[in-house]
Design a protein around this ligand. Sequence first.
Ligand SMILES: [Zn+2]
Length: 110
Amino acid sequence: MARRFETIEDIAWRGLRLRLWCYGCARASEMDAGEMLQSFVAKGWPIDLLSARGRFRCRSCRSSADVLILPASPPPPAPPVPERTWAQEVEAFFHGSRKKRRLVERQPPR
Ligand SMILES: [Zn+2]
């Protein structure tokens, strides 16, 4: 990595997410860096990663001593939905309703 991340803002600016990693139990969770930055600023908390670490508590071991904040790439965008032709739409509709009908028939009588 060319440059170290020093604040939540650094991470938010790059469009990355915050990954919280707990050394204690090796658990990670991710959150939106922009949203976190906003709430830190709103609360008047310092946004440097060293002080921010203490604000996060591991959900599992309830410890904030071993939580590390790392930048994480956002999930890749969903692949574009291929456009369906009208014939495919109709086919999908019929398949769908046939499947639904079968499910209804299969239900045991009460
Ligand atoms: Zn933990």
